[in-house]
Design a protein around this ligand. Structure first.
Ligand code: SAH
Length: 251
């Protein structure tokens, strides 16, 4: 059994029926944590009806204003998408994703993020995800109903939870998303100051670097090392005020 519950995050859902059906989907698979980011619909009679016997999950859904709030404290965040991205993000299939999610949930909370019915997840949301999950489907018509995508992921998680999860390095605690965001801000400042990143011509540098580090899934000590390196390369002018202890526990 996972130590931390898996968080199912619906980003700006618009249809109450889908929210209700998503609550039902996760409860049928033994999960209960539903988070709604800035929903564009009420938890109304339609939502209640579609949740059926999962009214408890629906009514205890947490409503938050931003994706950052929804994934706060998580060590692993997966975004789901019905299409492949131009700037390819690390992509998992639902089964691989479920195994990783269950393994990671023994260390820190994890979140699976689902996009709005029409818009899906934009790059801004994907930039906060460690990996992308695509449910293999008809390439000419790959957009599943939101609640059905939730159902497939929850089903795979149910299976993955039943089997032994990958052994975890006991000394490696994944960095929290908030700390990783601070690192990206630090990195961007350092790149601008050094002249490597030109704010008037940024290309896709920060997105590419995010992809690199999100793929690496830094642990807490690696993150400290990276921030320590940035501070040291900035040269003697003292530590970045936002930087944590820079030794990374290596000294
Ligand atoms: N037009 C939107 C479709 C959104 S469907 C788009 O192009 O992205 C609503 C949500 O259901 C998606 O954001 C995703 O979270 C999930 N979803 C739908 N089809 C999916 C698929 N094939 N694989 C993974 N997630 C899918």
């Amino acid at each position: 059994m996972a130590d931390f519950p898996v968080r199912f995050v619906l980003f700006e859902p618009t249809h109450p029926g889908n929210v209700g059906a998503a609550a039902r989907a996760i409860k049928t698979m033994g999960f209960s944590e539903l988070v709604l980011v800035n929903p564009a619909c009420e938890i109304d009679g339609v939502a209640r009806a579609r949740s059926s016997g999962a009214l408890d999950v629906l009514l205890s859904a947490r409503i938050v204003a931003t994706l950052a709030d929804a994934i706060d404290g998580c060590g692993f965040v997966v975004g789901t998408s019905s299409r492949r991205r131009r700037l390819a993000w690390p992509e998992l299939d639902p089964r691989e994703c479920a195994a990783e999610v269950i393994a990671a949930s023994s260390r820190k909370p994890v979140a699976i993020v689902f996009g709005a019915e029409r818009a899906g997840l934009t790059n801004v949301e994907m930039d906060r995800c460690n990996a992308l999950v695509y449910v293999p489907s008809n390439p000419e018509y790959s957009s599943l109903n939101l609640a059905m995508a939730v159902q497939i992921m929850a089903y795979e998680l149910l299976w993955a939870r039943g089997v032994d999860s990958k052994p975890q390095d006991p000394d490696s605690v994944p960095a929290s998303v908030g700390d990783v965001e601070l690192f990206y801000e630090h990195l961007e400042r350092a790149l601008i100051i050094s002249g490597f990143l030109q704010p008037d011509n940024p290309r896709k540098l920060m997105r590419r670097l995010r992809r690199l580090f999100n793929r690496a899934r830094l642990d807490e000590s690696e993150l400290k090392i990276m921030r320590g390196i940035l501070t040291t390369l900035a040269g003697g002018s003292g530590r970045d005020p936002a930087a944590p202890d820079e030794s990374g526990g290596e000294r």
